[in-house]
Design a protein around this ligand. Structure first.
Ligand code: ZN
Length: 462
């Protein structure tokens, strides 16, 4: 064991305040809920995940990063655990190792464990077998440190799941929605085609804030889960302190307001959504405070009671890539002026030499939780663009559907057909950063939406 990462191993189970909570009148607690958190900030300098433009490892800590688990159990003892973490994303391999241990140690099936990331660009690099070309600057020691951190993170997440399950006690669930206006589309059409990373106030957005309130039978807040669709990049590449970006500030705000309770942020389909303006701690804090304030207002009001049973479903299918570049194209790319493009060409040529061909598809995990007739929680993998959330809510009923993304595997942007056709970063350019051979095939949207409909029908039993 090196001194790489997590030396602080204290779990922080939430403790309820004594009966100081607001009484909310009668209401039988048919649920049990448990919550726990663990600090996952590395204790030493490490390479940070997210921006290809970073030139050096981290320097210090702005605020702590955490992994949190909310365990829910219905009246028939069916359980589900939602994990959220202040990292860029759980790679599929990391999620699979965690899920396997969780199943072995706690008997929780894969469908009942959601592993979701806030997509902060202020966390450490978590390593996957295809880490992508954004990280071409790391030296061998930095890679070793990142792999070590990844293993320790896996252990910590397994432990925090166990701690949440150990914390189960009677609870009431409420669901509600509010809005926050700060997310802006970041793709703009110009004479020369689409440009990414340009705020476009006319582009599609999803300003919904979905909220799950978890409270004791006496009305004391135990946990609040809140979702919003917007990239956690209010702070940019020149911030080298570990931080949770606006979701980190929002969670902190709510936990300060409700001592003993935990706030869990769930990233939505914010692949092509940005904060604007951005680039300072003050702005990240402002967006976090805005979001937290909206959540606070909503949880003080009456919310829709959420009943059981809890039904969890999981489906993994493949998504296909379009035609890959030729060896000649990749050789030309070795001369590209962008070092990331050169690194990508080197990696792709090495893969071609090693394997004789490129991967043509990737597994795509999709997960749905159904809460009685009250709420469907759909967890999508990857950096899903906003078109998916808008379409799925339209087609499956926006009042009872919560669409989460960045869950269970973050291996690529997931463009809609519109975004794929328009191109730009989210449509295909980002495949380089992710170390993938080509943009998705043109059936990507229909394939994922079709599978989502089938999965939601399954958990809804209709
Ligand atoms: Zn992203």
């Amino acid at each position: 064991m090196t001194n790489t990462a997590l030396t602080r191993r204290t779990l922080l189970p939430a403790t309820l305040l004594s009966a100081a909570g607001r009484a909310r009148g009668a209401g039988s607690a048919t649920w049990r809920a448990g919550v726990a958190a663990v600090t996952i900030t590395p204790r030493q300098s490490m390479w940070m995940a997210g921006f290809g433009a970073r030139t050096k490892p981290s320097e210090g800590i702005l605020h702590e990063l955490q992994a949190k688990a909310l365990a829910l159990e219905d009246a028939a003892s069916r359980r589900g655990v939602l994990v959220t973490a202040d990292i860029l994303g759980f790679p599929g391999t990391v999620a699979a190792r965690i899920a396997k241990l969780v199943e072995k140690q706690y008997g929780l099936p894969r469908a009942a464990l959601v592993l979701s990331a806030t997509h902060t660009h202020g966390g450490p690099l978590v390593v996957s077998p295809r880490p992508g070309s954004s990280y071409w600057r790391l030296n061998d020691q930095q890679w070793r440190d990142a792999r070590e951190y990844t293993r320790e993170l896996e252990e910590e997440v397994v432990r925090v799941v166990g701690a949440a399950l150990n914390d189960l006690r009677p609870a009431r669930l409420g669901f509600g929605r509010t809005t926050a206006e700060f997310g802006v589309n970041r793709r703009k059409m110009t004479d020369k085609g689409v440009r990414s990373f340009v705020p476009n106030p006319e582009g599609p957005v999803d300003h919904d804030v979905a909220i799950l309130r978890v409270e004791s039978p006496a009305g004391v807040l135990q946990a609040v889960v809140f979702g919003y669709a917007c990239h956690a990049t209010a702070l940019v590449a020149d911030t080298y302190q570990f931080h949770g970006d606006y979701p980190g500030f929002a969670q902190q705000w709510l936990e300060n307001r409700h001592p003993g309770a935990r706030a869990l942020f769930v990233q939505g389909c914010g692949g092509d959504i940005t904060t604007h303006p951005r680039g300072t701690v003050e702005l990240a804090q402002k967006y976090g405070d805005t979001l937290a304030g909206a959540v606070e207002d909503a949880i003080k009001r009456p919310m829709t009671a959420v009943h059981g049973p809890l039904r969890c479903a999981w489906n993994v299918f493949s998504v296909a890539f379009g035609s890959a570049p030729s060896r000649d194209e990749l050789r030309d790319q070795l001369e590209h002026k962008d070092p990331l493009a050169r690194a990508h060409a080197r990696a792709m040529l090495a893969e071609l030499d090693r394997e004789g061909r490129f991967i043509s598809q990737h597994p795509y995990p999709l997960q749905a939780w159904q809460f009685g007739d009250d709420l469907t929680f759909l967890a999508m993998a990857g950096e899903v663009v906003v078109d998916y959330a808008l379409r799925l809510k339209r087609e499956l009923g926006e009042d009872k559907l919560w669409v989460a993304a960045y869950s269970n595997d973050v291996f690529a942007y997931i463009p809609s057909l519109r975004v794929l056709r328009e191109g730009g970063y989210e449509g295909g350019g980002s495949m380089r950063a992710y170390g993938l051979p080509a943009p998705f095939a043109s059936d990507i949207e229909e394939r994922i939406v079709g599978k989502a409909h089938a999965l939601v029908r399954r958990v809804r039993g209709k």
